[in-house]
Design a protein around this ligand. Structure first.
Ligand SMILES: C[S@@+](CC[C@H](N)C(=O)[O-])C[C@H]1O[C@@H](n2cnc3c(N)ncnc32)[C@H](O)[C@@H]1O
Length: 231
């Protein structure tokens, strides 16, 4: 039987000190995040990619109620969008920026789907959930901020059911355009970040115990790497 994830927002614990600078940047950005020009050009297309991948996963494993965890959820646009799906039973957005989580909490308050959406303050490296608690884990434009990426992938695997799916989207840095955008420009702006290569992600995902993986490059404003892994 699937362990039940917490139904109420989790206790707030501060992230480790090494994350403080990044978290402070996201706390500031959270106030204008939903008005960012990046939404139309990068983030919204990514959310649509996630929706498509969930539909594909349902086609493979059947349309049944699912529990989803969105790691590095920001203001929670993805989970608010998915909440309209009748099969979406429980949607939890986790982020380590208290201001992002505050924005998500405000949105939940206004949502007709409020009972099934929850906000959690926490670190991707130590997910505060039971093993096999979720059917779907999503992580969009957040992974390059994680200093211990293999540990995060292991956490994704741990909290997923064996027939669950991981959908991880981040910058594709394995061609010239991607290298300039992500390894040069984004790294210069965001500083302490690491965009994993196509092959590094493949190796991390396999090492964490996922049995199958599909990777593809998608061009929006910049190239993105979409990773879809099954338990
Ligand atoms: C660019 S935003 C992406 C938000 C959202 N996924 C989207 O696509 O709009 C990256 C988010 O990752 C979060 N983040 C960065 N490092 C994190 C960590 N170690 N644990 C949890 N969240 C983290 C940031 O606070 C920020 O909200």
């Amino acid at each position: 039987m699937t362990p039940v994830p917490p139904a109420e927002p989790l206790p707030l614990s501060p992230p480790p000190a090494r994350h403080t600078a990044t978290r402070a940047r996201f706390d500031r950005w959270a106030l204008s995040y939903d008005r960012s020009w990046l939404n139309e050009l990068v983030f919204f297309p990514t959310l649509r990619l996630c929706q498509e991948e969930i539909v594909r996963w349902q086609a493979l494993f059947g349309r049944r109620p699912f529990r989803l965890l969105d790691v590095g959820c920001g203001t929670g646009t993805l989970i608010n969008l998915l909440a309209a799906l009748p099969e979406a039973e429980l949607l939890i957005g986790l982020d380590y920026s208290p201001v992002m989580i505050g924005r998500l909490t405000a949105k939940i308050g206004e949502s007709p789907y409020a009972p099934k959406i929850h906000a959690a303050l926490g670190n991707a490296e130590h997910l505060p959930f039971a093993d096999a608690a979720f059917d779907v884990v999503t992580c969009c434009h957040s992974f390059h901020h994680y200093p211990h990426q293999p540990a995060v992938i292991r956490e994704f695997r741990r909290v997923l059911r064996p027939d669950g799916v991981l959908i991880l989207v981040d910058g594709f840095r394995d061609n010239v355009v991607g290298w300039v955008v992500f390894d040069v420009a984004v790294t210069w702006v965001e500083r302490d970040v690491q965009h994993a290569s196509w092959s590094a992600l493949r190796d991390m995902i396999r090492a964490a115990g996922f049995v199958s993986l599909r990777q593809r490059k998608v061009n929006v404003l910049a190239p993105l790497l979409v990773n879809v892994a099954f338990g």
